[in-house]
Structure formats: structure tokens, C-alpha cells
Design a protein around this ligand. Structure first.
Ligand SMILES: Nc1ncnc2c1ncn2[C@@H]1O[C@H](COP(=O)(O)OP(=O)(O)O)[C@@H](O)[C@H]1O
Ligand SMILES: [Mg+2]
Length: 247
């Protein structure tokens, strides 16, 4: 579904991605973990075509999107939903209008159809009755749900989540993860979740990959990943990543 090949990206003299290789299988949920500042969001932005690599390719259903621009890139993008880090809701819009936004922007559906979909997406994430609230009136967990509903509304084939649970307490992390899993079963999208929720992320992923020093250094099922012999992986799982300089 998505194949990332030898992806390189520097900002000035800072080399962030140094040859990332990763296959994201159709219909699966793949998690990318790694320490903060390691380039996970940069990687995600490449997949939506928001950043162009210095070198390498990203194939989405066989098409190298790093070579596309304009209409053809927009076409691929319209099949991808994104939940950005922090949710990126519009503060001046109600929950309803935030969720409806991608459909209204596309301008293809009638008002009644949009209404039906918004109500369904909100109920799928447990936010029925919240249509006319503003983001500022919602709790952190509720804002994450709105962001999820907005990603689901256009029923995209691919959904990318950039740390969808940051800042939530462990119980809410599990609740949001459960919602993502439920939505995955219902909508059947191919999912990529950037996360540092260890161990919770293992419960909802089919594959876990670790980005370290600009490369994917491990990938496997959650069981395989947790048995990894790679010292960086082991330390990351144990929450010792800040000590890795001592390795
Ligand atoms: N547009 C940009 N311009 C310059 N530097 C950037 C840009 N985006 C990200 N970076 C840098 O790239 C590194 C990786 O960032 P990021 O992908 O956000 O890390 P994370 O793994 O925490 O998501 C950071 O050092 C960040 O400052
Ligand atoms: Mg990030």
C-alpha cells in the first residue's frame, strides 16, 4: 500500500532522515515509534507530500508521490486522512463545522449527505450531542475525538495519525486507542500511527517500526518487536531512551 524507499531529508546541515525504508501493508495498522525530535513527523509529512525528500521515493499504490505535484498529488492526498499532532482544530468553528470541513471543502456532496456523515462520524467517536460546542469548551480527550472524526469523515483509504494521544492520561490513551481500533475495523483503512505510547501502542498495532538516527532499525509484529535484541529498541521499550548516548 505504502512503500518508503531510501528516504533522505536534511534541514540545512541537520540530517533528519538518512535512508528510511518501510513497507506499510494494506489494511494494517503500523506504528512508528522513536524518540522525540527523531524525525517521525517529518516522515509523516513526506507521505502526504507536504515535504519533498532530498532523495528516495514513496510509493502509494504503486505511484511514486515524491514525483507528483498539482492535481495528481491532490488526487492521492484526497485518499489520505491525517490526524496532526495536537489535533489542529479550527478554534473559531464548532465541532460540527470542524468535522464537516473536509467534505465542504471538496464541494462534492449535498448538505443533507454531509449532515448524515457528520452525525455518524461524531457518534462513531462517542461525541453525539456535541455538534455545537467549540474546541475551547472541550477536554483534551474530546478534542482528539473530534480530530479522529474529521479524519474519518471522507472515509479515506489511508489514515496517518501523528501522536494522537499526546498529553492524555493512560486511561484516556487506551480509550482513544480503542476508538482508533474500532474505527479501523469499521472503515478498514490502512493506518500509520506515530506514537511513543509504550506499551499501549502494542495493543492496537499489527506492526511496530522504530525510527532511530534517521533510519528504521527494527520492524515486526508487536510480539517480535518486544523480543528485539537491538539495544536501542530494548532501551526504548524500557523507557531509557534518554540514556542511549551511553551505549
Ligand atoms: N520544516 C522544518 N525546518 C527545519 N527543521 C525542521 C523542520 N521540520 C522538522 N525539523 C527538525 O527535524 C527534526 C525532527 O523533527 P520531528 O519530525 O518533528 O521529530 P519527531 O520525531 O518528534 O516528530 C527536529 O530537530 C526538527 O527541529
Ligand atoms: Mg512529531
Amino acid at each position: 500500500m505504502i512503500e518508503i524507499k531510501d528516504l533522505h531529508k536534511s534541514f540545512g546541515t541537520q540530517r533528519v532522515l538518512k535512508g528510511v525504508n518501510l513497507k506499510i501493508e494494506e489494511g494494517q495498522v503500523t506504528a512508528v515509534v522513536g524518540r522525540s525530535g527523531g524525525g517521525k513527523s517529518v516522515l509523516l509529512k513526506h507521505i502526504v507530500g507536504l515535504i519533498k525528500p532530498d532523495r528516495g521515493s514513496i510509493f502509494i499504490r504503486g505511484q511514486d508521490i515524491t514525483k507528483l505535484s498539482g492535481k495528481r498529488l491532490d488526487e492521492i492526498r484526497s485518499q489520505i486522512g491525517v490526524v496532526f499532532q495536537g489535533g489542529a482544530l479550527f478554534d473559531s468553528l464548532t465541532v460540527y463545522d470542524n468535522v464537516a470541513f473536509p467534505l465542504v471543502e471538496k464541494g462534492k456532496l449535498k448538505k443533507e449527505e454531509i449532515h448524515k456523515r457528520v452525525i455518524k462520524a461524531l457518534s462513531d467517536v462517542g461525541l453525539q450531542g456535541m455538534e455545537y460546542k467549540y474546541p475551547a469548551e472541550l477536554s483534551g480527550g474530546m478534542r482528539k475525538r473530534v480530530a479522529l472524526a474529521r479524519a474519518l469523515i471522507s472515509e479515506p483509504k489511508i489514515i496517518l495519525f501523528d501522536e494522537p494521544t499526546t498529553g492524555l492520561d493512560p486511561i484516556l490513551v487506551r480509550t482513544i486507542h480503542k476508538l482508533i481500533r474500532q474505527a479501523h475495523e469499521q472503515y478498514g483503512f490502512t493506518g500509520l500511527i506515530i506514537s511513543h505510547e509504550i506499551p499501549e501502542i502494542f495493543e492496537i498495532s499489527d506492526k511496530v517500526a522504530m525510527l532511530h538516527d534517521g533510519k528504521i532499525i527494527e520492524v515486526g509484529t508487536p510480539e517480535e518487536f518486544q523480543k528485539s535484541e537491538n539495544p536501542y529498541v530494548k532501551n526504548f521499550i524500557m523507557g531509557l531512551e534518554e540514556q542511549e548516548d551511553r551505549l
